[in-house]
Design a protein around this ligand. Structure first.
Ligand SMILES: NC(=O)C1=CN([C@@H]2O[C@H](COP(=O)(O)OP(=O)(O)OC[C@H]3O[C@@H](n4cnc5c(N)ncnc54)[C@H](OP(=O)(O)O)[C@@H]3O)[C@@H](O)[C@H]2O)C=CC1
Ligand SMILES: O=C1O[C@H](COP(=O)(O)O)[C@@H](O)[C@H](O)[C@H]1O
Length: 480
């Protein structure tokens, strides 16, 4: 979409992938940071190994070091993630790397960057930086005249609440077209999250069940069995709601509930997501439970007397014809009994089984999409369990054998961004809708209840589902 002076498009209707949006240079701001160390360098190395990396990579940070030192750091870092480093592959990757250091608030850095990029290139600027620096960097790229038609990818969090997200959008959009702006949410790069669209829309067997006529409640669980560890300072200013609900879990909810997109371009899916998030009623603090695990206060960086939540459970309503009156229960927490992320549809109950000598009510049928770990699909049915009873029959399918070695989320997102495929990035409207949904919980946060590490959060979380199906333990164990 062409950018015109003073008038910037709010949409991105580019086809996929759009070669006119492809980049020939990747500039990673913050390459020496935690995310760079854990994810970015490894993902770029994996893309190299797959033969899918086809551009220069310029790393930017404030640490004073040479390109040779960045190369050595990259090798160490990739190996430390557990990746097998193949010499020939790494040599090819190293040949792409350059390092530029300086303060991103200093104009001199951009002059140096302009020389390094050279004329006639279309870079992708990837900002894995403290979020307060997103707008200052983009403004300086504009001022240095090295933005042009380049794309800019920004990490999460996008704003801290609705107002700050709008302000950030306004500052970025004063310099960039929406079609140049890629908001990263790594959940959208997860294979099973992408699978959701296919499962729902390519399978009439599932599509026919996917509404209020068949579904009585939906539970979305993101449980982590580890704590905040060394991220105390960051996490304490954020909490579970901002860290994963506003972004990851609401994006999953949108994919579970939206209507099918009608075209393949980037905007078609994003239109449907914005539409469905717009139909979600703003969260009610009465229908939200917050918790904090015992011991959180001792994590370095956590403020004394902190009331930041490490657990949250909430109920949401989608007000449209497909989903009216179906409660959506979302819960997430640190230091829970296990690590699992799943979407569970609980179908309406069958009538009591009059064929049994003692008519009994059987367990509800359930459809479970497991996102992490070991992605797969489970359909839970009911079968014969003797004269008096029923028993569950679980039809489990793992996605692993079908997809080979899947892309890591950041591998997929970097490749999509570099090749001009913008479908996996969030758009301004849905980001703002997500903040609107959680804003009442930020304005009037419910009391925070303590919980024991290894438990399923505070007891109050059970109260939230009273009158509805109780929380089901996530599906664990191998899918096949
Ligand atoms: N860490 C994670 O697991 C995840 C992080 N994110 C997001 O990614 C982004 C980065 O996070 P993370 O990597 O943890 O942050 P870090 O604090 O670990 O890294 C920040 C990076 O920014 C650089 N930097 C900071 N200030 C300046 C400056 N003034 N001039 C030049 N460079 C500067 C640092 O360079 P140097 O060290 O050389 O000073 C470093 O490379 C954040 O938006 C975060 O929310 C998203 C998902 C997960
Ligand atoms: O963005 C974040 O996500 C991770 C969980 O991501 P996953 O891909 O490992 O499931 C979460 O632990 C972290 O707190 C949050 O910032």
């Amino acid at each position: 979409m062409a950018k015109t002076n003073g008038e910037r498009s709010a949409t991105d209707s580019t086809s996929v992938p759009d070669s006119t949006r492809a980049s020939d240079t990747l500039v990673v701001f913050g390459i020496t940071g935690d995310l760079g160390r854990k994810m970015t360098l490894r993902s770029l190395y994996r893309l190299e190994r797959r033969g899918l990396l086809d551009c220069r990579v310029i790393g930017v940070a404030s640490t004073d070091m040479s390109t040779a030192q960045l190369v050595a750091y990259a090798r160490e870092t990739v190996a430390a993630t557990g990746e097998q480093v193949e010499d020939a592959v790494f040599q090819r990757f190293a040949g792409r790397l350059t390092y530029v250091h300086g303060d991103v608030l200093d104009d001199a850095l951009y002059a140096q960057l302009a020389r390094e990029i050279g004329p006639g290139h279309r870079p992708l600027y990837y900002l894995e930086m403290p979020p307060a620096l997103f707008a200052p960097i983009v403004e300086r790229l504009g001022k240095a005249d090295i933005l042009g038609t380049a794309c800019v990818a920004v990490e999460k969090p996008f704003g801290n609440d609705l107002e700050s997200a709008r302000e950030l959008n306004a500052r970025l959009r004063a310099v960039l077209d929406e079609s140049q702006l890629l908001r990263v949410d790594h959940f959208l790069g997860k294979e099973p999250v992408i699978e959701l669209e296919y499962l729902r829309f390519a399978n009439p067997a599932l599509a026919g069940l996917w509404d209020r006529n068949s579904v009585s409640a939906v539970q979305i669980t993101m449980a982590e069995d580890f704590g905040v560890e060394d991220r105390g300072k960051f996490y304490d200013s954020v909490g579970a709601l901002r860290d994963v609900v506003q972004n990851h879990l609401l994006q999953v909810l949108a994919l579970v509930t939206m209507d099918p997109p009608t075209r393949a371009d980037a905007d078609s899916v994003r239109d449907k997501k914005a539409e469905i998030l717009g139909a979600v009623r703003a969260a009610d603090p009465e229908h939200c439970v917050r918790g904090q695990y015992a011991g959180y206060a001792d994590v370095p960086g956590v403020a004394a007397g902190s009331t930041t939540e490490t657990f949250t459970a909430l109920r949401l309503e989608v007000e449209n014809w497909r989903w009216a009156d179906v409660p959506f229960f979302l819960r997430t927490g640190k230091k829970l009994p296990l690590r699992a992320t799943e979407v569970r549809l609980l179908l309406r109950r069958a009538p009591r089984l009059a064929c049994l000598p003692t008519p009994t009510q059987a367990e509800q049928n359930q459809i479970v999409l497991r996102i992490d770990p070991d992605p797969g699909l489970r359909v839970q049915l009911v079968g014969q369990g003797g004269d008096e009873a029923w028993r569950p029959i679980n039809l489990n399918a793992s996605f692993a054998p079908d997809v080979g070695e899947p892309f890591e989320p950041y591998e997929r997102l970097l490749h999509s961004a570099l090749t001009g495929d913008h479908r996996l990035f969030t758009r301004e409207d849905s980001v703002e809708e997500s903040w609107r949904i959680v804003q009442p919980l930020l304005d009037n946060p419910p009391e925070v209840h303590p919980y024991q590490p290894g438990s399923w959060g505070p007891e109050e979380a059970k109260r939230l589902v009273r009158g509805h199906p109780s929380w089901r333990e996530p599906w664990t164990g191998p899918a096949r």
